[in-house]
Write a protein that binds this ligand. Structure first.
Ligand SMILES: CC(=O)SCCNC(=O)CCNC(=O)[C@H](O)C(C)(C)COP(=O)(O)OP(=O)(O)OC[C@H]1O[C@@H](n2cnc3c(N)ncnc32)[C@H](O)[C@@H]1OP(=O)(O)O
Ligand SMILES: O=CC(=O)O
Ligand SMILES: [Mg+2]
Length: 726
């Protein structure tokens, strides 16, 4: 346990205390006195309420378990009546519209990709902020969007056959988004600006223009010899970059060297499910990176090959309008910060009785104070040009908990001297009680809400945990096509539109969790836009650039308008529990399901516990690298716990599988010098024990969450490694 400093009503771990006082408080127009005094009072007043809300979750869950055990052949009406009686289904508020003000265009207007990144990884976090703009040529060349057939293999050196395919794809994109009046961009030999319009000379000697001249919005260089042409389609920009001296530009008929695409319009700097932050040391790293991002001075140096790279935040991009007026576009993604939910407490700050304080309070106080620096223009760049601080709040259950978040934000604004509703909220719709009462949840934050988002991964975990007693759940891969999930996705959009989010806030959809399968993403992820989302999550900058293409193809504003005109209530669909009606899986199917879950759990947990890495790419049993975080872990562990509970498998069988898979995971990581193997000394492997806890104690975990076990075991592993070092 680190040393704690007594300050006002709190005891604060020394390194956090020093960090706040020396790095965050100065120039914030909040004194240290005001900060700690306010924080102490906030804990005194709100911690009991937080506890009561968590107790209510447990009470409701117990009632649902009991009812499900006692009512196997129930009528749907009786089920709904029961859920209403226990306050799980709330009485819906009357119609209303959100009134959030001072929302940046990136959130309210521009439909585009949302990138998520673990904020404690400085190298990735800076990369994510800079992913506002991404090279289309690199994104295509480096991924399976361009097939390796017919000599187009990715080899060490540049493969011109692959390069040709990239250029062909990219120019088709130009033909689709900014078509020419005559001919194709593939035949362009010269781009110039004549009379403020983009003029395109073709290989046949003719000159043409783009069909919609208003899409040409700026350039760099001179009108006769532009080096970049800025185009805008569906509120998103891209640049045709021209350079006759560049290796690619040199051989291109119009000297185009790349197409730079506006990509990650917004980014979520994550303090939650993709990070492992279990004590003051970890929290200080999280907060100091957020501070560096808000002040604009975060930098990191690392080796790539034999080069040392220093990465800093990109500056704004400078252009001239067609009429030669200078203007800039942001060089960085608009940043949100995802705080933790209401569940966990943190040993970094204790109350006057020595109890850990709710970690969500800590996150809200500190990330908001850090956010204030950009409002005061204390740094190089401003994150929000509208004076807002953007916080994502995950894992809330029902409108009372959202209302509580609102109260917390109010209190924090008062302590930090921020005007009411400066701190905006993005509400993750990722727990069943929130999905079913979404209208009420939005109502509770109607003056500060800037997004709803279907976090379908957590939501799937909650689906299984809530109805654990209903029966064995369908296989994981079948969840995607299940009635509840489709109802949930549709309902989220429908409710969001009905309360006026269109043009004011984001209606977001979930993560593409297969970072290497970009061709599949290109094929499938457009469906989220067709379903009415104006943003959707991607795991990497490359995915952001490729997903951006969907927003050029699909005009989400129009899609949303159409959906809004056709009101449907999907609650009955959401309430369809995904139990297997006739669980007659073959031995092989059961084995494959369990092997796959075990491999995912172990592959993720071992890096979390031993290395403190909260988001990993872990191969599944088909060797596809999957993005794993705490939400995917929640699914896998709850699924195994559910099948164990319903005797689809035995405890011995699971233990055998976990041990066998631990060896597989050890082999997969054999090349990593920092890796700590789990086999053969399973009893002494904290990671292996953590994985077992997650499965065998899965039934009893609050809402099926994984963080209580992960935190406990990581603290244990950190202590063990400190003893080893000393
Ligand atoms: C359910 C939910 O809550 S989802 C939200 C939580 N999930 C996330 O935040 C996903 C974040 N993504 C990631 O952490 C990573 O992409 C992973 C773990 C999935 C894969 O990481 P890796 O195996 O290291 O990826 P890979 O080796 O292919 O690529 C690494 C490169 O991509 C960059 N990169 C990868 N992901 C990101 C990201 N999210 N943001 C910024 N840069 C990224 C890295 O900076 C690195 O480039 P660099 O060498 O120039 O620094
Ligand atoms: O947070 C996202 C999710 O899917 O869970
Ligand atoms: Mg989630």
């Amino acid at each position: 346990m680190p040393n704690h400093v007594k300050i006002k009503k709190l005891q604060v771990a020394e390194e956090l205390y020093d960090f706040i006082n020396s790095k965050v408080i100065p120039d914030s127009q909040v004194t240290s006195e005001e900060f700690w005094e306010g924080f102490g009072s906030l804990v005194t007043d709100l911690a009991p309420k937080n506890k009561a809300l968590l107790n209510k979750r447990e009470e409701i869950q117990t009632k649902i378990h009991t009812w499900n055990k006692e009512n196997h052949d129930y009528s749907f009406d009786a089920y709904k009546e029961f859920l209403t009686d226990i306050g799980y289904l709330e009485t819906e508020v009357s119609d209303f519209e959100i009134t959030t003000e001072n929302v940046d265009d990136e959130v309210a207007i521009q439909a585009g990709p949302q990138l998520v990144v673990p904020v404690n990884n400085g190298r990735y976090a800076i990369n994510a902020a800079n992913a506002r703009w991404g090279s289309l040529y690199d994104a295509l060349y480096g991924t399976d969007v361009i097939s390796e057939e017919n000599g187009a293999k990715k080899i060490n050196a540049y493969n011109p056959i692959r390069g040709e395919k990239v250029i062909e794809y990219a120019k088709s994109f130009l033909d689709d988004t900014v078509p020419l009046k005559v001919g194709s961009h593939k035949d362009a030999v010269n781009y110039t600006i004549i009379n403020e319009e983009l003029s395109v000379e073709l290989s046949n000697g003719k000159t043409t223009r783009i069909l919609d001249a208003t899409k040409f919005v700026g350039y760099k260089g001179t009108a006769g010899e532009p080096t970049a042409l800025l185009l805008k389609n569906h509120d998103l920009h891209f640049e045709i970059q021209i350079d006759s001296t560049h290796p690619i530009g040199k051989s291109d008929s119009a000297h185009v060297k790349d197409i730079l695409v506006e990509s990650a319009i917004t980014t979520i700097m994550d303090c939650e499910d993709s990070v492992a932050a279990v004590d003051a040391e970890d929290k200080v790293l999280v907060y100091s990176n957020w501070l560096g991002l808000m002040k604009g001075d975060l930098s990191t140096s690392f080796k790539k090959g034999n080069k040392t790279i220093t990465r800093t935040l990109n500056p704004d991009r400078e252009y001239k309008s067609p009429g030669d007026k200078a203007f800039t576009l942001s060089g960085r993604s608009l940043m949100f910060v995802r705080n933790v939910g209401h569940l966990m407490t943190s040993n970094a700050v204790l109350d006057e009785n020595g109890n850990e304080v709710p970690e969500g309070f800590l996150d809200c106080m500190i990330t908001s104070l850090i956010g204030k620096h950009t409002l005061l223009r204390n740094g190089t760049y401003q994150n929000s040009s509208k004076g807002s601080i953007y916080i994502v709040k995950p894992k809330m259950h029902g409108s009372e908990e959202v209302d509580f978040a609102n109260e917390l934000f109010d209190r924090v604004e008062d302590i930090l001297g921020l005007e009411r509703n400066t701190v905006k909220i993005g509400v993750m719709d990722e727990e069943r009680r929130t999905s079913l009462n979404l209208k009420n949840c939005i109502h509770a934050v109607k003056e500060r809400i800037v997004f709803i988002n279907t976090g379908f991964l957590d939501r799937t975990g909650d689906e299984m945990h809530t109805s654990m007693e209903s029966g064995p759940m369908i296989r994981k891969k079948d969840m995607k096509s299940s009635t509840w999930l489709n109802g949930y996705e549709k309902s989220n959009v429908m409710v969001g539109l009905s309360v006026g989010l269109r043009g004011k806030a984001q209606i977001g959809k979930g993560m593409w969790a297969m970072p290497e399968l970009m061709a599949d993403m290109i094929q499938q992820k457009g469906s989220q836009l067709h379903a009415g989302a104006n943003t959707a999550w991607v795991p990497s900058p490359t995915a952001a650039t490729l997903h951006a293409l969907h927003y050029h193809q699909i005009h989400v504003k129009n899609v949303q308008q159409e959906i809004a005109s056709n009101k449907v209530d999907f609650k009955d669909d959401i309430l369809q529990v995904p139990v297997a009606e006739n669980p007659n899986w073959s031995v092989e199917e059961i084995q494959a399901e369990l092997d796959n879950n075990a491999q995912g759990i172990l592959g993720y947990v071992v890096r979390w516990i031993e290395l403190g890495i909260g988001c990993s790419k872990v191969p599944d049993i088909n060797n596809v690298g999957l993005m794993e975080d705490r939400a995917t872990l929640r699914i896998s562990s709850q699924h195994m716990a559910n099948w164990l509970h319903h005797d689809i498998c035995t405890e011995e069988q699971l233990m055998e599988i976990l041990k066998r898979m631990a060896k597989v995971v050890d082999e997969q990581n054999a090349g990593d010098p920092e890796y700590v193997p789990m086999a053969p000394d399973y009893d002494n492997s904290i990671s292996f024990q953590a994985a077992c806890d997650l499965v065998f104690q899965g039934y009893d975990q609050p809402s099926g969450y994984t963080e209580p076990i992960l935190h406990r075991r990581r603290i244990e592993a950190k202590a063990k490694s400190k003893i080893k070092q000393s």
